[in-house]
Ligand binder design. Structure first.
Ligand code: NG6
Ligand code: CA
Length: 504
């Protein structure tokens, strides 16, 4: 009994000695590839991000959990691999919330531990409950606020999906009640022109899927009517999310805060503010990267102005690998030149090749990080457990089970990370362990042409034959030489990991 008491007293002492409550800022890019920032070899000058990388740890083995948005965001916020939640697939703009409110997200966990929490930017995890159609003109709930974000300013899904409006704390911003919003993904609503019927009204030509209701010169996925006074302009989106994030930082000088700043860049449609148009030689995609870097610089500046920079842990990363053509003709492919958005890796968004989930990952706690480049394997699913470690609080019981506490790896003190990581693309699984990568056998829909895509011809059915695909990533980063027949024991080991972690 006494011994026990001493032990727990000791634990408490250790905790209070290491536990701190710095501010935490997640700066989350959309569709930004491993090779996009200049510190990772990209051709757009991302000076603000490069500075963060120099002051902190730049990971070369950093992963999002999936090659698309919704599952990666789900995993980062819940600490659970997204393939465990069947609803965690690319969601339409009118999908219900897919996070079970009884599962505390990292935002909820931090709010419960004295943090002020905010989401500014992209949500794409659903809104409303599954049993009731959402009324866009009333209170929009459950949503970010019900899962731990005390303040929220966001779009519903993606900039290419209706409704094209901002939602602040559960209400559409700037909505005129006499012009109510209606949204439908199955059939047209209202009389707004669409990309298909009125292509001459478009700023940007789109494929058929993105050819529905036109909002401010851009046709979208899905139909919407009403809400004219509330409709956003793509050109102003980056400035708007930035302003909200800055205001939150300024309002929270006295208490720790968690800011989830989820920018739209580099997702389509890439319609940046005129002051950035043509600012790079890479076309709209490059210009959007310049916007992203500029926003990061402004956030750092705001933290410095309010005296909080040294007391803030900043994570800069992306939700999935890059894509050049994703529905709009923006000359993304033609203007790419020698810039390689996925760096040395094969594939990109939607793909189980490395380029789908190996993304830029920078963690900086100025003055506290041990600066350097780390090749440890780390995943966004680990952020939850690592932050629990940081603030010295136990993880809630029903959360974060797939993450590992890797705080000292994230701070650059330790060079080892995970032993293996699971990679998901469109619900299909791969695994990387050490230098090895394994893609199991089975019938799959693979993205063809890697980062280019033309309507109707972008996907093909393929079958990965037994015993699967095995690559040695150091020798063969392009995943071209299948070694599965040569290393049957390695294949067995990888299969066993999948059977244990991700049983069918
Ligand atoms: C795809 C869209 C793509 C993009 C993506 C979501 C089509 C043909 N393509 O379904 O344009 O919106 O969904 O991207 O509809 S993500 O980064 O949010 O996952
Ligand atoms: Ca994305």
């Amino acid at each position: 009994m006494k011994f026990k008491f001493i032990l727990s007293a000791l634990t408490a002492v250790t905790f209070s000695a290491v536990a701190e409550k710095p501010n935490i800022v997640f700066i989350y890019g959309d569709d930004i590839g491993y090779g996009d920032f200049s510190c990772y070899g990209g051709e757009v000058d991302t000076a603000a991000i490069d500075t963060l990388a120099e002051e902190g740890v730049r990971f070369t083995g950093g992963y999002c959990t999936a090659a698309t948005c919704t599952p990666s965001r789900y995993s980062m916020l819940t600490g659970e691999y997204a393939f465990r939640n069947k609803a965690a697939k690319i969601l339409p703009g009118n999908a219900p919330l897919i996070i079970d409110p009884s599962r505390p997200t990292i935002a909820q966990f931090l709010a419960d531990n004295g943090y002020k929490t905010m989401l500014s930017g992209k949500w794409h995890l659903g809104l409303g409950s599954p049993d009731k159609p959402l009324d866009w003109n009333g209170e929009i709930a459950p949503g970010p606020r019900e899962v731990g974000f005390q303040e929220s300013f966001h779009m519903a899904a993606t900039a290419d999906r209706v409704p094209s409006v901002f939602i602040k704390n559960g209400r559409v911003v700037g909505l005129d009640p006499s012009d109510p919003i209606e949204v439908n993904y199955q059939k047209p609503v209202g009389n707004d022109p669409t990309g298909i019927t009125h292509p001459h009204l478009l700023k940007l030509q789109a494929d058929e899927q993105h050819g529905k209701t036109i909002v401010n010169g851009v046709s979208r996925i899905g139909w919407m009517s009403g809400g004219n006074s509330a409709r956003f302009k793509d050109e102003d989106m980056a400035d708007t999310y930035l302003r909200k994030a800055q205001a939150f930082i300024r309002e929270n000088k006295e208490n720790p805060f968690f800011l989830y700043y989820a920018l739209n860049e580099n997702h389509v449609p890439r319609v940046v503010h005129p002051r950035f148009q043509g600012s790079t030689s890479l076309g709209a995609r490059g210009d959007a990267l310049a916007v992203f870097d500029w926003c990061v610089g402004r956030i750092v500046q705001t933290l410095k102005e309010t005296g909080q920079y040294e007391n803030t842990l900043i994570v800069v990363t992306s939700d999935n690998g890059p894509v050049l053509f994703d529905g709009y003709w923006e000359a993304g492919i033609e203007r790419q030149g020698t810039h390689d958005a996925s760096g040395p890796w094969r594939g990109g968004k939607y793909s189980r090749w490395e380029g789908g989930t190996r993304i830029p990952f920078i963690v900086t706690w100025p003055g506290k990080s041990k600066p350097g480049i780390s090749d440890a394997i780390v995943s966004q699913v680990d952020l939850y457990a690592s932050i629990a470690e940081l603030i010295g609080k136990p993880m809630p019981k029903n959360a974060g089970q797939d993450g590992q506490p890797l705080l000292s790896t994230f701070l650059g003190e330790k060079l080892e990370g995970r032993e293996y990581v699971i990679q998901e693309a469109l619900t299909q699984i791969a695994v990387r362990k050490g230098n090895w990568k394994y893609i199991p056998p089975g019938s799959v829909t693979e993205r063809l042409g890697i980062m280019t895509w033309k309507a109707g011809s972008g996907w093909k059915e393929t079958t990965v034959p037994e015993p699967g695909l095995l690559f040695h990533l150091t020798e063969d980063p392009a995943e071209e030489h299948n070694l599965a027949e040569i290393y049957p024991n390695r294949v067995k080991e990888m299969k066993a990991i999948i059977a244990e972690v991700a049983p069918e």
